[in-house]
Ligand binder design. Structure first.
Ligand code: SF4
Length: 312
């Protein structure tokens, strides 16, 4: 892998601009009907994608979700599911997804305090989240907490992280909803609060919890905070977002497609300048001294608006 990257960097320096970048190891895909997924999934597998994070969305169709997991497994990729517990706990859907091959679940957990969680995730979701976590732990299925960081959940983060640790959850993905310091909103964290949060999380990671940051989500005043939290982030920082019609998006920036995987199994995307620059961003990243941990800058400055994802 390192040798391939070295060759790619060398080619770039020699000006061989058409060298395709490596495929992302994983992609985030919103759930859709099997008919649509049958077109994009073989293209993703042929491109070299190894893992699909399925975004279940509100009230996912049970048979669509099971079919998506089965198709992912049949094509040799690892299926993971991201969503709200309320959408999985009915009708033994969790058990059906695990038997279909779901290898990992990322469940929305916003706070150790039920009222704070339910205010954003919906009435009763806190109870359902506890049920889902206990069920997955009993079956030894990998589980990850998705913690949207907004003012109310930031206030309760110490209790939430302790609470998750008590329930055996050692992996937390953070998706902060943010705004610029000069465009403040009482619904979002300002960039200075984001740095404070980064420092708190870095200190807390010494106690064994593994934190991963999604690119921060820019607060969208046209949507309610609950809608933005439930909709969730676009993609992990080293992943791409693939829409069911094949369009490809970076995890950061405005929602402008890089291209489409359908015509040539990702090869045009792999050669496009924006994608190639994005794959080299770790080499180009510069850090200041505001945050405590170099890995926070790995994919570009967490606090710089160009590194945030804008609402679609
Ligand atoms: S450049 Fe790095 S250290 Fe500086 S504010 Fe951004 S994320 Fe923090």
């Amino acid at each position: 892998m390192k040798f391939k990257q070295f060759l790619q960097n060398l080619s770039e320096r020699l000006g061989i601009a058409e060298t395709p970048a490596l495929p992302p190891p994983a992609v985030d895909v919103p759930l859709a009907e099997p008919r649509q997924l049958q077109r994009i999934l073989p293209c993703l597998a042929a491109w070299g994608v190894k893992q699909i994070h399925w975004i279940a969305g509100d009230s996912p169709d049970e048979s669509d979700l099971i079919s998506a997991i089965e198709q992912t497994v049949q094509l040799g990729m690892k299926p993971c599911v991201r969503g709200r517990a309320t959408d999985f706990v009915d009708d033994e859907l969790l058990a059906k997804l695990v038997s279909a091959g779901a290898a990992e679940f990322e469940i929305l957990i916003l706070s150790a305090i039920g009222e704070v969680h339910d205010a954003l995730a919906g009435g009763g979701d806190y109870r359902n989240a506890l049920h889902a976590l206990a069920w997955l732990a009993a079956k030894n299925v990998d589980e990850i907490a998705l913690l949207s960081l907004v003012p109310s959940t930031w206030k309760t983060i110490a209790r939430t992280v302790d609470f998750l640790g008590h329930h055996g959850i050692q992996s937390i993905r953070i998706a902060a909803v943010v705004c610029r310091d000069d465009e403040p909103s009482s619904w979002a964290l300002s960039t200075s609060e984001l740095i404070e949060a980064a420092e708190w999380i870095e200190n807390h990671s010494r106690f064994g919890t593994r934190f991963t940051w999604y690119p921060p989500m820019r607060f969208d005043p046209k949507r309610t905070l609950a809608q933005q939290v439930r909709r969730g982030p676009r993609a992990l920082p080293d992943s791409l977002r693939i829409e069911p019609d094949g369009r490809v998006f970076l995890p950061i920036g405005p929602p402008i497609a890089l291209g489409n995987v359908l015509p040539d199994e990702g090869q045009t995307v792999a050669r496009c300048k924006r994608y190639r620059e994005w794959t080299q961003r770790a080499d180009a990243a510069h850090r200041c001294t505001a945050c405590p941990s170099p890995p926070l800058c790995l994919h570009g400055c967490l606090c710089a608006p160009p590194q945030w994802s804008d609402s679609n």
